[in-house]
Design a protein around this ligand. Structure first.
Ligand code: NAI
Ligand code: UGA
Length: 463
């Protein structure tokens, strides 16, 4: 039975995943390590508001398990040495240079982990791929680990993570399935699969723990994300047709969702999907298909991203068009910055593209998000625009609280579906704004007839 686990990478996956494993396996010592000292300090912060990841329910588990059997540290070598099982949970972003630039997954962090494990380990280890990786990455990891001079046996498993941010703890506690890919034809492979299954069996029923070969497991993760993103691009494509025909996308989604073969989840039309994974993983899939000469397959999946880009720019353009073709000098309130509600993560958020478009159109942006820090918002914009920092600072204002944000505003743009935006007192807000007052509801969270009744000019998605 495994008694000691190490997880390399204390990010959005490593932190919450290990917190839940520690909670459900009090007999296992779980050490989460990272090279980023600041991040580790934040995981160890006394004030739980300072944790680097915001997820409902996470702080409570950290408070309960931290320094009991859950540890956060920068001592990577020590943690590798002590662990019987090592999860690799580092970032795998899209490559920004060289071969495969803009498409392939950058595996340099994964490779570094494998090299470090190979050089440091002095006892046998089970190495688990938790990061999302291109199919056949395990063979790369295997060939690096083989170079170890320490006469150590390594067994490699793929155990992709399916949690969604904002619901990570619930997803981890109640997963639809746990996928374990491994070498089930060899006794060593079988033992490794059994050891990892034992950990999950402490809270997940056996029927939900699926075993496949390692390549199927790696590819299933990319496939799941591609299918999920495809659904959003499909419903968003239909939202454009709705706007041209007076059909209503919420009604269409409801009607098709009643078909049990289609199902009603993941059919919410929006400003476009964001987040660190959908785009990166589909680009990765497109690159893999191209590498195998499967150009039609590559083109097919590429279209999911093209449609998402179209949706983001279509929404931004509509704001300008509806406001009499100019937003120059106008005060626009952006509600939300995170890529979805209940997270502080803004990676690839649609808000960034929309804000940039409006800044180009010379609007004055006033931004509020309940969880994303002002510094993060500023950094996101700085990284994505060519406008010099000083000039950017004159074009945006970021608020910690929405109290005064609406005064003299010309328009409100809802980018993230935070629950609190649904219950604002829009009657009062309207009185503070310039007239005609516009609301662009990029998440369809408001009731159009109520908002119109108040006197707003309401524009939703696909209606
Ligand atoms: N964010 C999400 O919701 C999900 C992400 N994934 C996948 O999980 C992986 C990790 O994603 P996130 O946690 O979001 O990334 P992240 O960027 O939040 O965290 C990764 C961490 O790894 C650390 N790191 C990188 N190289 C290291 C090294 N050599 N040694 C020690 N630490 C190192 C970084 O400093 C960083 O803190 C990615 O492959 C992603 O595709 C999978 C499912 C969900
Ligand atoms: O590999 C990953 O990183 C994860 O990617 C997604 O999770 P996540 O990106 O955290 O969040 P989602 O709930 O999938 O939302 C992604 C984006 O799509 C948008 N979305 C989602 C659903 C929907 O119906 N409409 C819609 O526009 C969200 O607002 C958000 O911007 C998957 O749902 C997870 O299963 C997966 O583990």
């Amino acid at each position: 039975m495994i008694k000691s686990i190490c997880c390399i990478g204390a990010g959005y996956v490593g932190g919450p995943t290990m917190a839940v494993i520690a909670l459900k396996n009090p007999h296992i010592k779980v050490t989460v390590v990272d090279v980023n000292q600041e991040r580790i300090n934040a995981w160890n912060a006394q004030n739980l508001d300072k944790l680097p990841v915001y997820e409902p329910g996470l702080a409570e588990i950290i408070a309960q398990m931290r320094n009991v059997n859950l540890f956060f540290s920068t001592q990577v070598n020590e943690a590798i040495q002590q662990a019987e099982m090592i999860f690799i949970s580092v970032n795998t972003p899209t490559k920004t240079y060289g071969l495969g630039k803009g498409m392939a997954a950058d595996l340099k962090y994964v490779e570094l982990c494998a090299r470090q494990i190979a050089s440091v380990a002095t006892t046998n280890k089970i190495v688990v791929e938790k990061s999302t990786l291109p199919v056949r990455t395990a063979s790369t990891i295997k060939s690096i680990l083989k170079q170890s001079q320490n006469n150590v046996q390594f067994e490699i498993l793929s155990n992709p993570e399916f949690l969604a941010e904002g619901t990570a703890i619930n997803d981890l506690l109640n997963p639809d399935r746990v996928l374990i890919g491994g070498d089930y034809h060899t006794p060593e492979g079988k033992n490794a699969i059994a050891a990892l299954s034992e950990i999950y069996k402490n809270w997940v029923t056996t029927d939900k723990i699926i075993t496949t070969n390692i390549w199927s497991s790696e590819l299933s993760k990319l496939t799941a994300n591609a299918f999920l993103a495809q659904r959003i691009s499909s419903i968003n494509a239909m939202s454009a047709i709705c706007e041209a025909t007076e059909a209503n996308i919420d009604e269409v989604a409801f009607a098709i969702g009643k078909d049990s073969r289609i199902g009603d989840k993941f059919l919410k039309a929006s400003v476009g999907f964001g987040g660190s994974c959908f785009q990166k993983d589909i680009l990765n899939l497109v690159y893999i298909a191209q590498t195998f000469g499967l150009n039609e397959v590559a083109d097919y999946w590429q279209q999911v991203i093209s449609m998402n880009n179209y949706q983001k720019s279509r929404f931004a353009r509509k704001i300008v068009q509806e406001m009499f073709n100019t937003v120059s000098g106008k005060k626009i309130v952006l509600l939300g910055w995170a890529f979805k509600k209940d997270t502080n993560d803004s990676r690839e958020s649609a808000a960034i593209d929309i804000a940039n478009y409006l800044i180009e159109e010379q609007a004055e942006l006033h931004i509020y998000d309940p969880k994303v820090t002002a510094q993060q918002i500023f950094t996101d914009l700085e990284k994505s625009t060519t406008i010099p920092q000083e000039e950017l600072a004159t074009k945006i204002k970021i608020y910690n609280h929405p109290d005064t944000i609406f005064q003299q505003a010309h328009a409100i743009v809802i980018v993230t579906e935070w629950d609190q935006f649904k219950t604002f007192n829009y009657t009062n807000i309207k009185k503070q704004m310039q007239q005609p007052a516009f609301i662009f509801d990029g998440r369809n969270i408001l009731n159009p007839s109520e908002i119109t009744q108040i006197g707003f000019h309401y524009i939703g998605i696909g209606k």
